[in-house]
Design a protein around this ligand. Structure first.
Ligand code: ZN
Length: 91
């Protein structure tokens, strides 16, 4: 059995690192941990996909990585999704 609070804590931990994951700044062990988590966590997967989309747009515009304002927006979205997930998982 999985504890909802424990898995949410894991989401939080993971999402704090997700922008560095996209930037390729994380060590291999961390990347693997994130990839494993994404396989059974639709919330985090959704966050990653929307962030990757944003990063793609930046790259197409010739900008490497995430500009600070986009990073801030992404963080806000992550918190929004986490709050939603917390509500759904709590009873
Ligand atoms: Zn998660």
């Amino acid at each position: 059995m999985t504890s909802p609070t424990a898995s949410l804590g894991h989401c939080h931990d993971l999402l704090e690192r997700i922008s560095r994951y996209i930037d390729g700044e994380l060590p291999a062990a961390d990347r693997q941990e994130i990839e494993r988590h994404l396989r059974d966590c639709p919330e985090c997967e959704e966050v990653l996909h929307s962030l990757e989309h944003t990063v793609d747009l930046c790259r197409e515009a010739g900008r490497p990585g995430l500009p600070p304002e986009l990073r801030a927006r992404a963080a806000a979205r992550v918190h929004q999704l986490l709050a939603r997930a917390a509500k759904r998982k709590k009873r």
